[in-house]
Write a protein that binds this ligand. Structure first.
Ligand code: HEC
Ligand code: HEC
Ligand code: HEC
Length: 446
């Protein structure tokens, strides 16, 4: 595998390298080993962190990687993640490397049954052979076996037939490992490998098509990482969209966000917190830099010709003079402004700004509604949990108040985004469970 990718690069370099940014032969396929060493963990443990296996295959009170997390499969019902410890009865102890490779790339388990794509194998298929072998060694030799049995799926009757997944796979899944683009730098290729592959960022950030497939699996198709709703959160656009994507972020801003959970534009919340707590904050500086390089190369999709955000202090003037004529201004002043400030600029790095924040300008307000109703898990970085936390307003504010406050922040300080209706808030209030609020969730792997 290593030989193959090196050979491919050599061939393409003859014609394409010249004075292009490619300086050395890519070793991205083996970089995980070097990065793991830099981070002081085994190659396989590092790969498991890159793939964030623990976020889905563990429950907070349970043994690491013993499964049991409930996941919804749209239109069908709920399934549970499985035990992937080396236990021979309930775990994956009897898998050979070849069987493991097949389930990780094609979603076909040892006994032949097909996995729902809730397991992100369409992304993991891009893994290099070295990383796959290291991951297998880690699971088999470093993880403690757990005899926790797998809860049965709650999908019953005719819907439980798994054969349609074969058709799904046939139409949507490409199980070839990542092939480097020789016109791009090593860092870019490493970033693309992590984002499209192990990081499975598109599983949340790419819109899904009619068959629940991600509409695009790499940057060659527009729509890739252009933002999508999942579990009542919206994973915002990660491409060059100027106001609601990463168009105004620098590479340093991206690195800081993935490492610490905040930057000058905002703070992580919702399902992104699990990604940061259990995966990206364990990544090396080189790997974070690679991902930032790749993300910054993605062009805008939804906002090709939007007017770039510019701060406007009209709302600030209004609030400081206690002019509450705009709906939502009073709710904001009373319930939000002591943290997010009348200027909408927050207090970096403790309270995020709302002015110019891409998430606030996301066309889909689900994340904002969910966060305001229910709060969020806490980011853990730099040695401890973030003491600053968004309070939840489920009991304090009714649906109209929340809709007004969110409409206010989406149209103040230069922000421009559609209004939020009380009906949208009601829908998310009914569908969500506030009990997760205030949790600190950091999962051990062994
Ligand atoms: C987004 C959630 C998610 C992530 C992340 C995830 N998995 Fe899974 N995985 C699942 C679900 C759900 C299933 C069960 C699917 C089913 O029953 O159809 C599963 C099943 C599996 C199986 C099949 C076991 C068996 O025979 O039943 C293996 C092996 C596996 N995952 C390994 C991994 C590894 C290794 C990683 C990290 C690189 C990982 N998974 C990351 C959700 C996830
Ligand atoms: C006690 C301080 C505090 C108050 C009061 C508060 N927030 Fe927050 N808010 C935060 C913190 C801290 C975050 C970062 C996410 C987290 O850590 O939970 C946040 C995040 C947000 C975000 C997401 C922005 C981002 O990038 O993280 C929005 C939108 C938001 N708050 C809106 C509101 C609204 C609307 C109100 C009033 C109804 C409000 N907040 C009241 C502290 C506060
Ligand atoms: C489990 C779902 C999920 C996965 C997987 C995921 N994200 Fe996110 N991400 C979200 C959600 C939801 C948000 C919006 C809340 C926020 O800003 O924290 C988000 C926000 C972000 C933001 C901030 C965008 C902004 O405008 O504020 C960045 C950057 C980001 N994700 C990068 C990544 C990268 C890189 C990966 C892959 C390594 C990834 N995400 C994987 C759910 C996910």
């Amino acid at each position: 595998m290593k030989k193959l990718s090196l050979a491919l690069l050599l061939v393409s370099c003859v014609s394409a390298c010249g004075d292009s940014p490619v300086t050395t032969l890519s070793t991205f396929a083996t970089d995980s080993a070097a990065q793991a060493q830099a981070m002081g963990v085994s190659h396989g443990e590092y790969v498991a962190r890159l793939g964030n296996c623990v976020a889905c295959h563990s429950v907070p009170e349970g043994q690491p990687l013993a499964g049991g997390l409930k996941m919804a499969v749209p239109m069908l019902g709920n399934i549970y993640t499985t035990n992937i410890t080396p236990d021979p009865v309930n775990g994956i102890g009897q898998y050979s490397f070849e069987e493991f490779d097949r389930v990780m790339r094609s979603g076909v388990a040892r006994d032949g049954h097909r996995l729902y794509p809730a397991m992100p194998y369409p992304s993991y298929a891009k893994m290099s052979e070295q990383d796959m072998r290291a991951l297998f060694d880690f699971l088999m030799n470093e993880v403690e076996p757990a005899n926790t049995p797998n809860p049965p799926s709650e999908i019953t009757g005719i819907k439980s037939a798994r054969w349609p997944l074969a058709v799904w796979n046939f139409i949507t899944v490409d199980d070839d490992p990542y092939t480097p683009d020789s016109a791009q730098s090593d860092l870019w290729n490493r970033g693309a490998y992590l984002i499209q592959g192990l990081g499975h960022c598109g599983a949340c950030h790419t819109p899904r098509g009619l068959m629940m497939q991600e509409k695009a699996l790499d940057g060659d198709d527009s729509g890739y990482l252009s933002g999508a709703p999942l579990d009542h959160w919206t994973a915002s656009s990660l491409n060059g969209d100027i106001n609601s994507g990463l168009g105004r972020w620098s590479e340093d801003d991206i690195v800081e966000f993935l490492e610490s959970g905040h930057n000058r534009f905002g703070t992580a919340f919702g399902t992104m917190v699990e990604v940061i707590n259990n995966s990206t904050r364990h990544m090396s500086d080189d790997d974070l830099r690679g991902m930032a390089t790749y993300l910054k190369s993605l062009p805008a999709v939804n906002e090709r010709s939007a007017t770039p955000y510019a701060y406007d202090n009209g709302a600030t003037q209004q609030l400081v003079s206690l002019d509450f004529s705009t709906p939502g201004a009073r709710v904001y002043y009373e319930y939000c402004s002591n943290c997010h400030v009348t200027s909408g600029n927050g207090y970096y790095p403790y309270q995020p700004p709302l002015a110019g924040n891409p998430v606030v300008m996301d066309p889909d307000p689900s994340s904002l509604i969910n966060l305001t109703l229910n709060g969020s898990l806490r980011v853990v970085a730099e040695g401890g949990p973030d003491v600053n936390d968004m309070p939840y307003f489920r009991q304090l504010l009714d649906d109209q108040d929340i809709a007004d406050a969110l409409t206010f922040i989406r149209s103040s300080w230069g922000n421009k985004a559609p209004a939020v209706s009380a009906a949208q808030v009601t829908e998310i209030r009914t569908a969500t469970d506030p009990s997760r609020n205030d949790d600190i969730q950091v999962l051990r792997m062994k």
